[in-house]
Design a protein around this ligand. Structure first.
Ligand code: TEU
Length: 586
């Protein structure tokens, strides 16, 4: 693995600005709120913050629908406040990553308003417009059967009555896809990148960047779900024919002239060779990607998010193992993450978020992430072990456009079917994006947990558990024998940096028998000791045999203890529920 790259060793913290910290009491988080917490983040061990979109936006999809790439939405602040944020970051030797959303714009972006205004407009071709099709009965139909990603039962095409054509809108009707085939569009995007790099940003998280090239014939998708009219079409727009050309062009025109970090969000693609074209050391495209294997672990394969699929530790193990190999054996690079703003809370999803196990579960996941190769991304609140919203919340509390579309559609399709409705409720309780979007719980202060002033009404309801789960409680070490989740992350990140030859750049191998309960691996480098990580991904006591060829000198850390762990180092050991161990081997 190619060493000594700052973007490989850095730890990134994702901020979902609406829910991070509200400094002016309007119920929405803001840039000044972010700036006021930089010391907190520095203390945690963060080097870079990635801020989800703060540009001007009608907020149909919480800022992932941008109407001006070069201005800030007033609800978040001003360009001057971003400049101030950047200089405060620099003082602390930290950096800023912007969220670049250029597969689509808002339908209120000036480019789209022009494009929509008439078939002759010079910007018509900046978006993807197509004539309708007609069925045997003469009814108007969209150009193909692709379904919408954030409203999976609808068509991905939106009808424009005025010009008599459809435009492609893969995510929602308010997010028309840009036409990257048009060189003017690409030049306009390059210009946006330069604007932010010149202002002092250090790089970009690139939203669904692998969807920018579509198969030009726009074929119908195969039917995977006969109940619905529209079908997932990602075969025809994920890693499409010109993707690599476009990415290399971004590099040549812009990135190569700056010292940047780039991470491309890359859903729907699993092919190793295809991935290495993007993130291989010599690829010249992106530093790393977000691959969805781990966060899609509970989706029905081939489907979108609003489905449920059972999984166990072997699925985590296979996925992690594959990724560690791709990095280490083939000199690729990648990101390590369990959470973001599009997924439920990891402690609720991969472990047990009951009062008894929440703390242990969050630490188990921390132990795993901080001991894997890849650039680490911590999502706001993950360092506190924040959990999903309680099942008792009514679907009306959910604010995300995807959840709202899903719930409305369920009610309209099954108005009298209680069973269908409760199934849908159950899916929302497990999978909705809202779970990660509740306000960060800073203190135990009622009623807004320090996110906003007590008299404000937060844009989204605060999780009921804030009196127990909050940052203030976790920053103080009340009991020397016990670490909070925050402190456990702090230690994990520090240990990773101290031993970066092992944990960032080192070798990786699975350890022990194949198991659907325990996931164990070892890490080492040319001139280091071997480290052993053992993770019990069940809520039961499990017996595990230390392999005979591993001489474990001692267990240096574990999620049940603040210091050295007293446990056998040879033969059969008993792992407690959700126990994770880090051992040093001779
Ligand atoms: O998400 C892209 C995306 O494809 C997934 O979140 C998708 O919804 C999921 O895989 C379906 O199973 C990005 C942003 O992170 C998200 O917040 C935006 O809504 C979306 O793009 C559109 O910009």
């Amino acid at each position: 693995v190619e060493k000594h790259r700052w973007w490989k060793e850095s730890v990134i913290y994702q901020i979902y600005p609406a829910s991070f910290l509200d400094s002016n009491g309007d119920g929405w988080g803001d840039i000044a709120g972010i700036t006021s917490k930089l010391d907190y983040l520095k203390e945690l061990g963060i080097d870079i913050i990635w801020v989800s979109p703060i540009y001007k936006s009608p907020q149909a999809d919480m800022g992932y629908d941008i109407s001006d790439y070069k201005d800030i939405d007033p609800m978040y602040g001003t360009l001057g406040e971003v400049d101030n944020l950047i200089s405060e970051l620099k003082k602390r030797d930290m950096r800023l990553m912007m969220d670049l959303v250029v597969n689509h714009t808002s339908d209120q972006h000036a480019w789209f308003l022009e494009s929509r205004s008439s078939v002759q407009n010079p910007k018509r071709d900046w978006y993807i417009w197509k004539k309708p099709k007609f069925d045997a009965d003469g009814n108007r139909q969209p150009p193909n059967n692709w379904s919408m990603i954030l409203g999976e039962m609808n068509s991905a095409w939106t009808w424009d009555e005025k010009s008599g054509e459809y435009y492609l809108s893969l995510f929602t009707a308010e997010q028309p896809d840009l036409n990257w085939e048009n060189p003017e569009v690409r030049a306009a995007v390059h210009d946006v990148l330069r604007f932010w790099l010149d202002r002092g940003a250090s790089g970009f998280r690139m939203d669904v960047i692998n969807l920018i090239s579509k198969v030009p014939s726009y074929p119908d998708a195969e039917i995977v779900d006969p109940v619905h009219t529209y079908q997932p079409g990602f075969r025809y727009y994920a890693n499409g024919p010109r993707l690599h050309e476009y990415l290399r062009e971004i590099n040549k025109e812009v990135l190569s002239k700056y010292d940047t970090i780039t991470v491309g969000e890359m859903p729907f693609v699993r092919d190793d060779e295809e991935i290495l074209k993007v993130v291989g050391a010599e690829a010249g495209e992106l530093n790393m990607i977000f691959i969805f294997e781990l966060v899609d672990i509970d989706n029905v394969p081939g489907s979108f998010r609003m489905t449920w699929y059972d999984w166990d530790a072997s699925a985590i193990r296979d996925c992690v193992n594959r990724w560690q190999r791709l990095m280490i054996e083939r000199d690729g690079w990648n990101s390590v993450f369990c959470e973001n703003h599009d997924n439920p809370r990891s402690v609720s999803r991969y472990t047990d978020d009951s009062d008894e196990y929440r703390d242990l579960g969050a630490k188990l996941l921390c132990l795993m992430q901080t001991t894997l190769s890849g650039t680490i991304y911590v999502y706001q609140g993950e360092e506190l072990g924040m959990r999903n919203v309680p099942p008792s919340w009514d679907p009306e509390e959910y604010k995300d456009i995807e959840s709202i579309n899903y719930w409305k559609k369920t009610l309209s399709m099954y108005p009298h079917k209680e069973k269908k409705q409760s199934e849908a409720r159950r899916i929302l309780q497990r999978k909705a994006r809202d779970h990660a979007r509740t306000p960060v719980q800073w203190t135990s202060e009622a009623p807004n947990a320090g996110f906003s002033s007590p008299s404000a009404k937060p844009w989204m309801r605060v999780n009921d558990d804030y009196p127990v789960v909050n940052a203030a409680a976790q920053l103080v070490q009340s009991n020397p024998d016990e670490l909070s989740v925050f402190q456990f992350w702090q230690r994990g990140l520090a240990n990773r940096k101290k031993h970066k030859d092992v944990f960032v750049y080192g070798d990786f191998a699975l350890v022990g028998e194949e198991s659907n309960q325990v996931f164990a691996y070892k890490r080492w480098s040319a001139d280091s000791e071997v480290w052993l990580v053992v993770l019990n991904f069940t809520g039961k006591e499990v017996e595990w045999s230390v392999p005979e060829d591993l001489e474990v000198g001692g267990w240096m850390a574990g999620n049940y203890s603040a210091g050295k762990v007293e446990k056998e180092t040879k033969g059969k050991i008993v792992l407690k529920p959700w126990e994770g161990l880090l051992g040093e081997c001779g």
